[in-house]
Design a protein around this ligand. Structure first.
Ligand code: ADP
Ligand code: MG
Ligand code: MG
Length: 249
């Protein structure tokens, strides 16, 4: 599904990603871990196509198509979802109405007509029930006054409704409590299918107690320095990252 080859990326002429290779197949959940500042968020931004980063070498191929010429919106319409680290607040636009607009924007970009209203309601009802989201939440203004847990719930709900082929979830270390982590884990587990894939970027080993990744990668200083199975996350929990830093290798 996703094939990244020798990816180098910079910001303001400072090289952040220094030759990333990564291959994700349908049905897989990959976790990327690593110390703060190693380039994990940069990788998710570059895959999503954020324009502040310059891809200087390598390729990102999604379902056989090179992505580098596509803008973030086009990538989203092809089925790449990036969770919003700091979601915008839109007073007066409800969670439901925002989702309706997003669904129809995707459909339009893929040459489809708007989803019929009853079909839309059914979809929103089905996904919100699956994720145990109550109706009151659906009518609230997008992100206005949302707690950390509610923002996560909204993010997972967006993912559920949009049904991306590849979901990239970048979990920052900023104030997520255990309940918010559980919201993320439960959502990811419920939405896992044999056709979609998840790239989970996390500072938290403990998130991986709730989501079993198929593959774990460790990123240090812009490179993937180690790849393994889910036992690698446990090893990191025990040993930290120091032993993987270049001076120690
Ligand atoms: P991680 O997510 O692993 O903590 P980041 O990708 O956020 O790492 O950051 C990697 C490096 O890139 C850091 O040195 C950071 O300071 C730098 N960086 C990230 N975003 C920017 C930016 N917008 N402008 C300048 N430097 C940045
Ligand atoms: Mg960081
Ligand atoms: Mg980060």
């Amino acid at each position: 599904m996703l094939k990244i080859k020798n990816l180098h990326a910079s910001i303001d002429d400072k090289e952040i990603l220094k030759g990333i290779n990564l291959e994700i197949n349908p049905g897989e959940v990959h976790a990327i871990m690593g110390p703060n500042g190693s380039g994990k968020s940069t990788l998710s931004s570059v895959i999503a196509g954020k324009e502040e980063f310059d891809m200087t070498q390598g390729e990102i191929v999604f379902e056989g198509e090179e992505l580098s010429e596509l803008d973030p919106e086009e990538r989203a319409h092809k089925g790449i979802f990036l969770s919003f680290q700091y979601p915008i607040e839109i007073p007066g636009v409800s969670v439901t109405n925002f989702m309706k607009a997003a669904i129809n924007a995707h459909r339009k970009a893929n040459g489809q007509e708007d989803m019929r209203a009853n079909e839309m309601l059914k979809l929103i009802k089905e996904k919100s029930e699956m994720l145990e989201i109550d109706r009151k939440f659906l009518s609230r203004s997008l992100n206005e006054g949302f707690s950390g847990g509610e923002k996560k719930r909204n993010e997972i709900f967006q993912m559920a409704v949009l049904e991306p082929k590849l979901a990239i979830l970048d979990e920052t270390d900023s104030g997520l409590d255990i309940d918010a982590l559980k919201v993320v884990a439960k959502g990811v587990n419920k939405l896992r299918t044999k056709d979609n894939a998840v790239l989970l970027i996390t500072h938290y080993q403990r998130l991986l107690n709730y989501i079993q990744p198929d593959v774990v990668h460790v990123m240090v200083d812009g490179k993937i320095v180690k790849t393994g199975g889910k036992e690698l996350a446990l090893e990191l929990e025990e040993k930290g990252y120091e032993w993987l830093k270049p001076e120690q290798v």
